[in-house]
Design a protein around this ligand. Structure first.
Ligand code: ADP
Length: 172
């Protein structure tokens, strides 16, 4: 029997992409024929980078790492709608901790109930278990060294974004 072609989407805010996300992507690309990283244009979240900037940073990493079968784009609206338009077979999500499980479980159940789409989870490497985009934004705004947790191009963009601010200054 011929093997089925499996297309997955990896949706998220990616504001900005971290080594934790990249770890999930490099594991995911071995499991699926095609993996589309889908940058959500969520209007609710407090965003540091525009969707275009977030896509650009991810694109640079895909190119540099020569990731086969991986692409990136942004999307509006419901993830399940986007998944349907893309004819995706599964949604990929990453797990860091038990706290993630509770929220992700609910999300996956909802997506399956409303759209019949399955979610596949990949657990991160131990060293990225505590890495989140929110923390990265906070530490970067205070001038902290994040070289182990984010790719080089993200580090440079964060430095540019915060360079006008003096460490210790809270802004406002
Ligand atoms: P969202 O706002 O949709 O949670 P994120 O960009 O924060 O978007 O995360 C996208 C996905 O990547 C989520 O499934 C999240 O749990 C996962 N993720 C985020 N950080 C990590 C990490 N360090 N290791 C593994 N998975 C992660």
């Amino acid at each position: 029997m011929a093997k089925k072609f499996v297309r997955a989407i990896f949706p998220g805010s990616f504001d900005p992409i971290t080594n934790g996300h990249l770890d999930v992507i490099s594991r995911g690309m071995k499991l699926f024929d095609e993996l589309i990283i889908a940058v959500g244009k969520s209007p609710i979240k407090n965003q540091l980078f525009t969707p275009e900037e977030r896509v650009e940073m991810i694109e640079e990493n895909i190119r540099q790492r020569k990731m086969q079968g991986v692409s990136v784009e942004s999307f509006d609206g419901l993830t399940v709608e986007y998944a349907r338009n893309k004819k995706a077979d599964v949604i990929l999500r990453g797990l860091r901790s038990l706290t993630d499980v509770q929220y992700e479980f609910q999300l996956a159940m909802t997506n399956r109930a409303v759209a019949g789409i399955e979610t596949i989870f990949i657990m991160t490497s131990e060293q990225y278990g505590f890495t989140s985009s929110t923390l990265i934004r906070e530490v970067a705004s205070l001038g902290g060294d994040l070289s182990n947790l984010i790719p080089k191009n993200v580090q440079q963009r964060l430095q540019q974004r915060f360079k006008s601010r003096i460490p210790g200054e809270t802004g406002g």
